[in-house]
Write a protein that binds this ligand. Sequence first.
Ligand code: DQA
Length: 145
Amino acid sequence: KPIYVLGGPNLNLLGTREPEIYGHETLEGIHTRLRSLSGDVPLEARQTNHEGELVDWIQEASREGSAVILNAGAYTHTSVALHDALRACKVPVIEVHLSNPAAREAFRQVNYVAPVAKATIAGLGAYGYELALLAAKSLTGQGEN
Ligand code: DQA
């Protein structure tokens, strides 16, 4: 079963969007690196700017995936719909943020994802995705050991 790597709004702009905060790497670059690290484990790596589409994909991952790595972007801080979808999700969810929202603006201190995630990795840039993939493989019994 694939590990779903899901990205929310504006992550399609990675590489050019506030690189001092989010880094110079594109999302496609991150996904390519994850694929090379994932070995035999299939990845479903997707990005959308639409809240409902993220909800649909989380439901799909719950039925057809083994784990979810989620960077919900700004919906992290606003979406009860996402929270409810994650709460219903039957597979482990690892939340990732490139930046560390805890060290940023007040409006980023609300988080609807963290309480329904297995773990959160934030502030490590693209490396956080690699750590999340290692963790997801291990949690789903597809790790190296
Ligand atoms: C982000 C942090 C969010 O606060 C922000 O809205 C994003 C990116 C991150 O990866 O650091 O879009 O999720």
